[in-house]
Design a protein around this ligand. Sequence first.
Ligand SMILES: *[C@@H]1O[C@H](CO)[C@@H](O)[C@H](O)[C@H]1NC(C)=O
Ligand SMILES: *[C@@H]1O[C@H](CO)[C@@H](O)[C@H](O)[C@H]1NC(C)=O
Ligand SMILES: *[C@@H]1O[C@H](CO)[C@@H](O)[C@H](O)[C@H]1NC(C)=O
Ligand SMILES: *[C@@H]1O[C@H](CO)[C@@H](O)[C@H](O)[C@H]1NC(C)=O
Ligand SMILES: *[C@@H]1O[C@H](CO)[C@@H](O)[C@H](O)[C@H]1NC(C)=O
Ligand SMILES: *[C@@H]1O[C@H](CO)[C@@H](O)[C@H](O)[C@H]1NC(C)=O
Ligand SMILES: *[C@@H]1O[C@H](CO)[C@@H](O)[C@H](O)[C@H]1NC(C)=O
Length: 634
Amino acid sequence: MAFPLPSTKIIFIILTIIICFTSSTFSQQPYIREDNTDCDSRPKESSALGFFCNGLNTSCQAYLTFRSRPPYNTVVAISDLLAADPSEISEINSVSKNSTFEANNLVFVPVNCSCSGEFYQTNASYIAKADDNYFDLANNTFQGLTTCQALANQTGNPPILEIETGQTIRVPLRCACPTKNQTDVGVNYLMSYLTDYDDDDYKISVEFGVDNQLLLKANRLSDLDNTIYPDTTILVPLKTPPSNSQSIEPLPSPLLPPTSSPPSSSSNTSSKKNTWLYALFGSIGGLFLLVLGTVIFFTVFRRSKKKSDSVLVSETSNAGGKIQKETREFLDSISDATQSLKLYGFEELMRATDGFSSACLIEGSVYRGVVDGILAAIKRVDGDVSKEINLQQKINHFNLISLSGVCLNKDHWYLVYEYASNGPLSDWIFSDGKFLNWTQRIQIAFDVATGLNYLHSFTNPSHVHKDIKSSNILLDSDFRAKITNFGLARATQAQEGQFSLTNHIVGTIGYLAPEYLQNGIVSTKLDVYAFGVLLMEMLTGKEVSVLHEENRNSIPDALSAVLDGEGQEGLRQFMDPAMQGKYPAEFATFVVRIIDSCLKKNPETRPPMDEIAQFLSRILSNSLTWELSNNIAG
Ligand SMILES: *[C@@H]1O[C@H](CO)[C@@H](O)[C@H](O)[C@H]1NC(C)=O
Ligand SMILES: *[C@@H]1O[C@H](CO)[C@@H](O)[C@H](O)[C@H]1NC(C)=O
Ligand SMILES: *[C@@H]1O[C@H](CO)[C@@H](O)[C@H](O)[C@H]1NC(C)=O
Ligand SMILES: *[C@@H]1O[C@H](CO)[C@@H](O)[C@H](O)[C@H]1NC(C)=O
Ligand SMILES: *[C@@H]1O[C@H](CO)[C@@H](O)[C@H](O)[C@H]1NC(C)=O
Ligand SMILES: *[C@@H]1O[C@H](CO)[C@@H](O)[C@H](O)[C@H]1NC(C)=O
Ligand SMILES: *[C@@H]1O[C@H](CO)[C@@H](O)[C@H](O)[C@H]1NC(C)=O
């Protein structure tokens, strides 16, 4: 047999790998850090003079941000200051041309950006007032959209030189055009975003719905080097022009016909980024299709031969003999498909649980028992377990409870799971006499996020748990978390279309995302929402029903009390009193921000689980350091 394709395929795979690798290592402009405050030096490697002309085009549409502050708080004043078009400003900010912005409102300013020598810039001009100096002009009037170094470079003056009153100064504003590397992943615009004192890369990427890694790379930052300073410009890579409705996009219409394709691919960049992966998997898939076909052929052949034996075994061992044919085939497929899942005899489980005595009852229909010399949890299930078993066979992760075996007796299924000795998380956060300290809580949150990320991104097809809540998180002897109860879990539609619709709403009240309750939309963002609720319970020590009762208006109000207004006092009221203030306030605020982003009404603006896991991992390592230095033990 001849294989005409493999050689070209292999070349394609190699090319794909090379392109994947390189496109993931690009970086665009060096972040300015604190260089803007050092007016005397002109660091060569820094973007203090401007962003370098390294883009695909020498000129492009770009965006600046500006915070409205009197006297620059109207469309007219801002467009004058930044030499922008007032009608463009009023349009993109959805305000009329004669309107005045509220103080500190973030205003988007469209500009034409072009290369001037080595640097991109857009030119504004400014008439100097008495006592103006380069630094104050750059930092206060222009809020960081230019630098003292760049101003001095335009006039040829050393930056310390006094500016004459009435003098016209040409002001180069910092803008940039996307590089080839960026347009390749779908980025069309770069926005020079002015950082605030409480900004970090996570907050910014969530705010503008931008992939966090893409944001970091655009500024030559990384997970290890991601400090952001206030009053600087950071480049936000955008697929579409910015808009102030970014975070309050309307929900998909409930009239959406069930067959229509889902709202097209979510946050700006991730899907484009995945294109290469699909290509890669596609080509590998093609290569192995033949091999796979052969394997399947032999498996089926083998299975059909083997079935006659196992039917005999089953019939003799089952007194009732009432097992349906499909069930038996299913049982066969379990024992065939994997060596790791054991078929237990009912007597064995009877012995293990003292005849399912109440002394061994954990709760509901779950019993504790020693099976094969190991403590296990045995759950009796009436009804269809095939989905759960099929999923459990696919997963193998420390943070997902594992199924070791099954048993079928008289139409009842018994599932034998790994045992988690400290029981459900709900016992630990809501009951008196039990207590988890800050680091334990963060470790658990990180564990759950990691488990969910595995479920969302590393099972094929991707799965949604659909019932994340504190009683479905179990703690082992080291207080490491394991997600359990995959009874409601289901596959999301494969690949791009992450959404599917259902008429059958299941789950637990309080944890259900609005788009699911209202429109039956199922996506991994459902778990992200529930995770936000869980995280909130863990921090406040209050059950979701209590949280809803306390905040008659809405839970987001309770969050914004911490994030926007009341600072330390707001945080103190939010946090579980049992912790007695023993938590690092800075990181706690960070977690509140994660909760806030998980509970966003629009599922597309909720961050993906991998990002959440990544941030919790950072908070965890910082918390461990904090714990050591504060001598707070568990
Ligand atoms: C784009 O990516 C290539 C390959 O990694 C890199 O050599 C190049 O410097 C990048 N371009 C820019 C402008 O960052
Ligand atoms: C670059 O220029 C080309 C041709 O003028 C234009 O089609 C394209 O949209 C530009 N790209 C960007 C990112 O501005
Ligand atoms: C930018 O360029 C476009 C066309 O090239 C022009 O219509 C627009 O007025 C320019 N904007 C500014 C602020 O100069
Ligand atoms: C703004 O302009 C519109 C017409 O363009 C006018 O109707 C409106 O009264 C003006 N508002 C203010 C506050 O001047
Ligand atoms: C901005 O001013 C510089 C001179 O400092 C000039 O070279 C450049 O062409 C101007 N850019 C635009 C877009 O007018
Ligand atoms: C820069 O300006 C901001 C306000 O825009 C101000 O809060 C900050 O103190 C200024 N930085 C310096 C170093 O003066
Ligand atoms: C402005 O910066 C460029 C690039 O570093 C340099 O070549 C030029 O001499 C500077 N101009 C002035 C007037 O300082």
